[in-house]
Design a protein around this ligand. Structure first.
Ligand SMILES: Cc1cc2nc3c(=O)[nH]c(=O)nc-3n(C[C@H](O)[C@H](O)[C@H](O)COP(=O)(O)O)c2cc1C
Length: 179
């Protein structure tokens, strides 16, 4: 399978990034072909609701940034799209949310026939902190007709060191191997 992994933390070696590393390790060991897009290190303009993508001749999004030139071609060919994000105020990171909002301009190209999964890291010990992010993810998956293959909630993980005292990295590897 072709898998597109999209990460949302500007901490390149941070907690959610480590979860993504582990997922990719499992996926590649299982023979999958993985493309990784670290959203905070790319130019992805937030959607401005101009609706250019829904009208006019080409119906193309007006932003010719890394979303269009790098990520969208990989999304179109992907069999699975996997997200990794820290929880910020009970939601996804702004950088990852910007990518998801831009899916609006490419719905016809990317909907249906894909699997998806979500990896979340956050400090709190209760799942309530992740509810907003999971709701967003589930709504997106439903809207696009993607099959949800699971959500990994790495609770109690403020830092990458917290991951080492848990089985979350192991579970992320397993998710990658079994998606
Ligand atoms: C702006 C900001 C908001 C945060 N909000 C929450 C929160 O609502 N709940 C929580 O449990 N942790 C929260 N955290 C902690 C992060 O989710 C946690 O440190 C996470 O592991 C960071 O992942 P990263 O290293 O991949 O960036 C917040 C951190 C930041 C910087």
């Amino acid at each position: 399978m072709k898998i597109c992994v999209i990460t949302g933390s500007a901490r390149g070696k941070g907690t959610s990034s480590r979860l993504a590393d582990a997922f990719i390790k499992g996926a590649e060991a299982a023979g999958h072909d993985v493309f990784r897009f670290d959203a905070p290190f790319h130019r992805v303009h937030p959607c401005i609701s101009c609706n250019t993508c829904r009208k006019g001749g080409t119906k193309a999004c007006m932003f010719g940034d890394d979303m269009r030139t790098i990520l969208v071609p990989k999304l179109i060919e992907a069999d699975a799209v996997v997200f990794a994000s820290p929880i910020y105020f009970a939601g996804l990171s702004a950088q990852l949310k910007a990518v998801i909002d831009r899916f609006y301009g490419y719905v016809d190209d990317i909907k249906g026939n894909k699997k998806t999964a979500l990896l979340l890291s956050f400090g709190d010990e209760t799942l309530g902190s992740a509810e907003g992010a999971i709701l967003t993810y589930r709504h997106m998956a439903d809207y696009l007709g993607w099959e949800n293959r699971g959500v990994l909630t790495a609770i109690g993980c403020y830092t990458p060191d917290d991951l080492l005292a848990s089985d979350f990295l192991y579970r992320a590897v397993q998710m990658g191997a079994t998606i």
